[in-house]
Design a protein around this ligand. Sequence first.
Ligand code: 13P
Length: 291
Amino acid sequence: MSIVNAKEIMIEAAKNKYAVGAFNITDLLQFEAVIDAAVETKSPVIVQTSVKPSQFLGTKMMVAIYRTLAESAPVPVCLHLDHCTDIAYCKTCADAGYTNIMIDASKQAYEENIRQTKEVADYCHAIGGISVEGELGTVGGVEDQVKVAEDEAQLANPQQSVEFCERTGVDIFAPAIGTAHGVYKTKNPKIDTERMATIHKMLNGNGIKTPLVVHGGTGLPEDTIKKLLAAGGAKFNVSTELKRTLIDAKFEYISAHREEYDPGKLDKFVRDATRKAVIHWMEMVESVGKA
Ligand code: 13P
């Protein structure tokens, strides 16, 4: 009932100047907490797995969990494969039932990025019901197997962004604009919101065709988030914050209940902490009440 791809919910978001939160999860507990938050706030949502968690649980198990939770949730839910550099694994996840696939060939030379991204886009479009995300320029920091030194990160060129989207056929697009994976080193990271607005205008001037993605959500100041919403950001990726919430909540609970040995209570505490963190993001990207 609520199985959707990313493009459909993002077009709706971009038209109405809000964004869909996209949350990286590593286990069932986080998956449930993200859905809890979406249902509670009536938000459309994207659940993401990077490659390692997807391989750890297995694609069949991941998709079974997705279908079970999404089909009974009264909100649209997308399952996205994040930052996959391996074309074969992108195809495996598309075959298994992921509804959005990110092929990350952004570290390759421009023409090779186009070739790999187009191959995945063509494959997913032939299956149907799956949207594809591509990236141009590079996002600094570390996400799963993808590592980019901050001084090697390159921003996306607006003209090339348009050509990249046309030639690859991607459904949603992540231009590098200075955001980074992990925790920002300064309180006010330099984010090129104007570049984002220019790319959005050039791509989507006469109606939304290719909605834009913002990577590196953790630690972005709220006023930057608002500027990026106005500039066309329709998906905000959040990973590090949820990893930290999971570990910190476990540590806090176990420290306070060292002799309890009741996993159900520990899980409830962690699920609740995660749900609250996700709700805060849904409020910031203004998706509350939009489902
Ligand atoms: P953060 O880890 O900085 O939240 O970035 C998440 C991300 O962009 C995943 O693709």
